[in-house]
Every structure is written in structure tokens, then in C-alpha cells.
Design a protein around this ligand. Structure first.
Ligand code: DAH
Length: 340
């Protein structure tokens, strides 16, 4: 039987070399290695041998099987290469065929929200002023009434680029830039843009996000102008029944400083999961521009006054669409993005 095995192996290898197509190759595989193939049948007949001869035969048969399988794989690869070359020679591969079309894209949900916010403020007479993302320590903090070592700087964990340069932690430094550019004109602008904070990324906070800063500077501008503007904004974005409430707060660049809340869009103030059963949602930090900041912008606080606010952009979109993870905005997952 060992002889039979050697013979079979020899015959199979010779047949393999002569093979010219993948159909022939499949046939060969069936004939020798298949369920009813010659080698398989021979392997099965091991039981008919006397006991002492079985181990040696078994070993030889397994070796022959491995060898034939390896030879088969190699020949299959060779044939594939030959067939491809033949096809290319025939010109069957048309490299001028157009590729798969990418399909039209659409605006990112953040851009959609930003544009909505911008158009609402545009109707109220606010221009868009774009300020830079990379700022100096002085613009981001110093001129906003936070000299070096001011404890309020701790409110903004900062990405420093060098000792004096940083990624803006809020859009507020743009206030100084607009004022210096526009003096002595009255100002009514919004400053949309990305902000950066050196913070742990979680479902609720990203290290990059958008804000829309608002700034109005003029004569006899008062807190009622601020409240009226924010109320009108909330009503245009969320519907005419919305209310704004003002709470005292603290920011170094406003005096007085406030926090503006809106009654919850989901429960209308009854209390629900979205508003954490308070009935209110935070909308903006705001206040009357601090005299020091007006002065740093070139406006004499004895003659001029102003209000300012800082709105989030992702948060309103999250409320509107019940998105519970801010990381989705930057994840670039089309399954998320295509929904908006
Ligand atoms: N810059 C503040 C922040 O990022 C938000 C803010 C609060 C902006 C009050 C303002 C303001 O203009 O008046 O947390």
C-alpha cells in the first residue's frame, strides 16, 4: 500500500503541472483530494492494514496529503496570474471605465445650526465677524480683564502653543478685535467660531466645539436690550411661546454678569429628563460689557455701554434632535451625519 501511495502522489503531481485552466484544476482537486478522491479513499483504507503497519502508513499518507495541498495552492496562484495576463493582453481590462460616483454631500449638522443662528441674528441687525482661532494670552485673557495669575483663568483649561500663544478657549477675544477695528462706530456683531479646551472628552464635553459670541456697543445700551435680544433669538429658533430667565453669574469681562436660561423645549417647564427636572435649559453666558473691556477696545465707558453673550452651538442641536453624545459631531460617522 505504501507503493500505491507513492505512485498516486507521483501521478497527481505530474497531472497538476499539465493543467491549463481553473476548470481543469477544480477537476484535479476533486479527483485526488475531494471527498471521494483517490487519496482520501486510500487514507480511509488504513483499517485494512495489519496493526503494525498502520502508523507508518498513516504518517506517509498525511505527508503526501499536505504536499499535494500545498502544490495545489501554488498551481492555483500561478494559473490565476497567467489568466489575468491573458485577459490583459486581450484588452479585457478597461482602465478608462468611470469609477463609482461619490454621490452629492450635504452640510454638516453643525454648519446647518450655525447658519440658522447667523440668519436669525442677521434679521436683528447683527453682522458676522470672523476672528482667529490662534490667539495671544493677552487677547484671550489679559484684555478681557484677566491679568496674569487672575484666578478666573482657571475657568478655561487651555491648550498652550507656547508661553504666550494658545488656541482660543472662547470666542470672547474677538470682542477686543472688533472694537479696535470699528471704533468709533457703534457695534452690533456676532462672532461664530471654534473654541478649544484642554479637557477630558466625554459624552457631554469635547475639547473642540463651536460658540457664537454676541456684542453690541452703543450709547445707552442696557440690560433690557440684552434680555430682549436673547428672548427674541430663543423665540425665533424654538417657537413664539419660549421664555428666557436671567440669573446672576460671574464673568471677568462683564459687569453685571448673568446666565440666561430658556424654559425647557421638551416639557415647557414642567420638568423632564432633558432639563434634569429643573424646567430650564442653559442658553448663554452674558452680561454688560465691563468698563475695563470697553476701554481696552478703545471705547470710553463714560460715553459708551454694551452687552455681550456667548452661545453654544452643538448643545441646541443636541436638544433639538435628542443627540445624547457630543462626540458624534466630530466622529465623521456617515450613519450619524446622513440623518441631518
Ligand atoms: N466666554 C464665555 C465662556 O466661554 C461665555 C460668555 C459669557 C461670553 C459671558 C460672553 C459673556 O460674551 O458676556 O464661557
Amino acid at each position: 500500500m505504501l507503493n500505491q501511495l507513492t505512485q498516486l502522489e507521483q501521478e497527481a503531481l505530474e497531472a497538476l503541472v499539465a493543467i491549463k485552466s481553473s476548470q481543469e484544476l477544480a477537476e484535479w482537486n476533486r479527483r485526488y483530494l475531494g471527498k471521494k478522491g483517490a487519496l482520501t479513499l486510500l487514507l480511509r483504507s488504513v483499517g485494512t492494514l495489519p496493526k503494525e503497519e498502520r502508523p507508518a502508513f498513516g504518517q506517509a499518507a498525511n505527508r503526501a496529503k499536505n504536499e499535494l495541498e500545498a502544490a495545489y495552492k501554488e498551481r492555483a496562484q500561478e494559473l490565476r496570474r497567467i489568466e489575468l495576463e491573458r485577459e490583459m493582453a486581450r484588452g479585457a481590462l478597461d482602465v478608462t471605465l468611470p469609477g463609482r460616483p461619490g454621490g452629492p454631500g450635504h452640510l454638516h449638522i453643525t454648519t446647518q445650526t450655525l447658519r440658522q443662528i447667523i440668519s436669525i441674528f442677521a434679521e436683528m441687525g447683527f453682522q458676522v465677524y470672523e476672528s482667529r482661532d490662534v490667539e495671544s494670552d493677552e487677547m484671550n485673557f489679559g484684555l478681557l480683564n484677566m491679568p496674569p495669575h487672575h484666578p478666573a483663568r482657571d475657568m478655561w483649561d487651555t491648550f498652550w502653543l507656547d508661553d504666550n500663544t494658545l488656541l482660543r478657549t472662547h470666542t470672547s477675544p474677538g470682542q477686543i478685535r472688533v472694537m479696535r477695528e470699528r471704533y468709533p462706530e457703534p457695534i452690533r456683531v456676532i462672532l461664530p467660531g471654534k473654541c478649544y479646551r484642554y479637557e477630558q472628552v466625554t459624552a457631554r464635553s469635547e475639547h473642540q466645539f463651536y460658540q457664537v459670541e454676541g456684542l453690541a456697543v452703543g450709547h445707552a445700551i442696557t440690560m433690557t436690550d440684552l434680555i430682549g435680544t436673547l428672548t427674541e433669538f430663543a423665540r425665533r429658533l424654538y417657537g413664539p411661546q419660549r421664555h428666557i430667565r436671567i440669573r446672576g453669574s460671574y464673568f471677568p469681562f462683564t459687569e453685571p454678569s448673568v446666565e440666561a436660561d430658556m424654559d425647557c423645549i421638551l416639557c415647557g417647564g414642567e420638568g423632564c429628563r432633558v432639563c434634569k427636572y429643573s424646567g430650564w435649559l442653559e442658553v448663554a453666558g452674558a452680561g454688560m460689557v465691563h468698563p475695563v473691556v470697553l476701554q481696552n477696545g478703545g471705547y470710553d465707558p463714560a460715553e459708551w455701554s454694551g452687552f455681550a453673550f456667548g452661545l453654544g452651538v452643538e448643545r441646541p442641536a443636541m436638544l433639538k434632535y435628542s443627540i445624547d453624545d457630543i462626540r458624534l459631531f466630530y466622529g465623521n460617522d456617515l450613519r450619524f451625519l446622513r440623518q441631518f
